[in-house]
Structure formats: C-alpha cells, structure tokens
Design a protein around this ligand. Structure first.
Ligand SMILES: Cc1ncc(COP(=O)(O)O)c(C=O)c1O
Length: 361
C-alpha cells in the first residue's frame, strides 16, 4: 500500500460522471444529455472568440473588466461585486474554499448541482441533504436541517434534474431561517429560461444581505460551455474574500471576449429563451399524449417519469432513444426517470418518434 494518501475527505469522493456524448458507429448523434443549447452561441460571440487569435501571446485581463461591466450593464449591477470564473463550477468551489472547513455543516436539497456536494465534502464539511416533495425543493425540510454549525446552504433555482423552481417568497423564507454566518448560494445556471411572474433570479437579495451569493453561467442559454465561463454576484465583503483565493488568470481571453459579446446580444438570448419555451410546451403535450409523465419544467430540459406499473422504465426508454441516435441522461438512482435536454424542433421530433416507438412496443 502506498505511503501517499490523499486527504480522507477526498478519498471518499465519487468521481464526476459526464453525460454520455457519443454512440458507437453514429457520426452525429443528437446529444441531449448535458443541457447544452442546441441553438449554439450568438454569432457575435463566435466572432469575438476568433478576434483574440492575434493576441494569444498576452495574458488575459486578470481584472475581467470588460465582461464584468457588460454583465453589470445588462443586469443593472455593481460591476465591482461581480467575479468571473472558469465556469460557475469554479466559482462555487472558490466560495466553498473561502467559507467552509473541517467540521462545518452544509444544507443542500436532494437535487441540484452535484459538484456543490463534491466541493463541500472535499472541504471537510458534513452534508445534510433535504428531501424534495413533488419534485420541488422543500424549504421546511431544508430549514429543519439548519444548526449553529451550518456555514453553507444552496439551492439550484431552477433545479436540476427536475426543472422546477422556487418562488421568490419561498427563497426568501429559506434565507430568513439561516444564520447570518451561513453563505446562501442561489445557483442560477438556468435562470434566464424562466418566464414566471413569481420567480426571481435572486440578484436583488445580494444587495440586501451580505451572505447571499448568486452564480450564473454562459454554459447554458448563451451556448458557451466549451469555453468554461461563469460569473457570480456577491456582497462587498464576500467579493473581497473570494478575490484573495481566485487565481489571477482563471478566465482566459477567448472566454472573456466571447462571453462579453454573448451577454451584449440580449436579442439572441431572448430568441433562444422563447424558442425553448415554445418547444417545452409542445414537447410536454406530445409526451403527455404518449402516456409519459412530464414533470413541469421551466428550464432547457425536462424530466420524464415512467411509472413501474406501466412496465416501462427510464433505462428502457434510454435504450430506445439511443437506437434512434438520441442521447438522454439517466436521472437519480431510480429507474423511473430520464432527463432530456430541449433540442431544436428537428431534434425534439426525433425524441418524440423514438418514445412513440418505445411506448407502443
Ligand atoms: C444546476 C447547475 N449548476 C451549475 C452547473 C455548472 O455549470 P458551469 O458550466 O458554469 O460550470 C450546471 C451544469 O450542468 C448545473 O446544471
């Protein structure tokens, strides 16, 4: 046995499993496993990406000024409290590294972004996982797990893989039950997709409360996951601390340029958002007509349930989709569920065809 031992908190971690991205023998499968945007990025973002080619011998702007100012302009925020990262994943890790240590406790919901759990466990925290009811984050379940030792609490809003959301008042009720020494992270990876009156992206709460942080990403609606770029809004105090551990060049020049152009193209973002909403609506209807339960989603993916008594299953549906060149993603530990990303109308039609075949089998 080797003398070399990783920390116990790291040895116990399960490695991250990326969504399947290819099918043997299929040149161009329809990849609907990672909640990517089937519409791709704004052309302005692609152009900006190419434009940095002549300056690759220079370090990127470590202060991330242009991107922070562009984000601040669109969302009416204070740019000095925006921190950009190598995907929102890196930002969550930075936040955990800054505020959570051995013996601290964290309260999370049953679903959400799995890397949050990983970063917290790696930091030595004890995790308290609140069950969800009706596929939704349950504020009472979360609050019943809060103790004096709770240093970190997070929800994804909208949630993944359920696609459901918590209203502004529910999010505020959760925050009100947390101690002031607890960071409350609202992971808004899919926030742009939501068009509900009682939803709020939480950015206003960051101005009201020192302990609230909102993380966002360019990986979803902006179609730039390959560049790894995200941002978070923090209070002044949290920004100052996180900036102490952020590596100076954590965001590269191509990502900074493309993301700046992407956020400035709000017309394209709205086009993708509206197309997604329209597709979600017709998919729900068509899948419902096939006898498949669709959990109501406000994001760019949907969770399907195949009741065991129907003789159908998530894995059975997945096999059939794969035979039709569509890659879905298993969801949760139960075989009742399957998560599928909203695609282009043609891709969605392929999903419906495959599942029609499966259900009539
Ligand atoms: C809820 C949620 N949060 C965060 C992320 C991470 O996104 P990023 O690509 O910005 O690291 C994901 C990615 O799938 C996600 O589903």
């Amino acid at each position: 046995m080797s003398e070399l031992q990783a920390k116990a908190s790291i040895r116990s971690l399960a490695p991250y499993r990326q969504g399947q991205s290819d099918i043997e023998g299929v040149k161009q499968p329809i990849k609907l496993s990672s909640n990517e945007s089937s519409y791709g990025p704004s052309l302005a973002a692609v152009e900006a990406y190419h434009s940095v080619a002549s300056t690759l011998n220079r370090y990127p702007d470590g202060a991330q000024t242009a991107l922070r100012e562009a984000i601040a302009g669109v969302h009416h925020l204070d740019s000095s409290r925006i921190v950009c990262g190598n995907g929102s994943d890196e930002l969550i890790q930075l936040l955990v590294r800054t505020y959570v240590g051995d013996g601290d406790e964290a309260v999370l919901s049953e679903n959400g972004f799995v890397m949050c759990n990983t970063h917290l466990q790696a930091a030595g925290a004890t995790l308290h996982i609140a069950p969800e009811h009706d596929y939704r984050v349950n504020v009472d379940e979360m609050l019943s797990r809060v103790t004096d030792k709770t240093r970190f609490c997070t929800i994804a809003n909208p949630n993944n893989p359920t696609g459901t959301y918590l209203s502004d008042s529910e999010v505020r009720r959760l925050h009100a039950g947390l101690p002031e020494h607890c960071i409350f992270l609202i992971d808004g990876a899919y926030a742009e997709y939501v068009m509900k009156d009682d939803f709020s992206d939480g950015l206003a709460m960051v101005d009201e409360f020192e302990n609230v942080v909102v993380s966002r990403t360019f990986s979803k609606i902006y179609g730039l996951p390959g560049l790894r770029i995200g941002w978070m809004l923090c209070s002044e105090a949290v920004t100052a601390m996180v900036q102490r551990v952020r590596t100076p060049f954590n965001t590269n020049s191509a990502a900074l340029a493309a993301a700046t152009a992407a956020i400035e193209d709000q017309a394209y973002m709205k086009h993708v958002r509206d197309a997604n909403a329209e597709s979600l609506q017709s998919l729900s209807k068509e899948l419902g007509d096939l006898g498949i339960e669709v959990i109501p989603s406000v994001a760019n993916f949907y969770l399907l349930r195949f009741a065991p008594e129907s003789g159908k299953s998530g894995s059975g549906a997945a096999e059939c989709l794969l035979r039709h060149n569509v890659i879905p993603r298993p969801a949760g530990s139960s075989d009742e569920y399957l998560r599928i990303t909203v695609g282009t109308p043609e891709e969605n039609a392929a999903v419906i065809d495959a599942l029609r075949a499966y259900m009539s089998d």
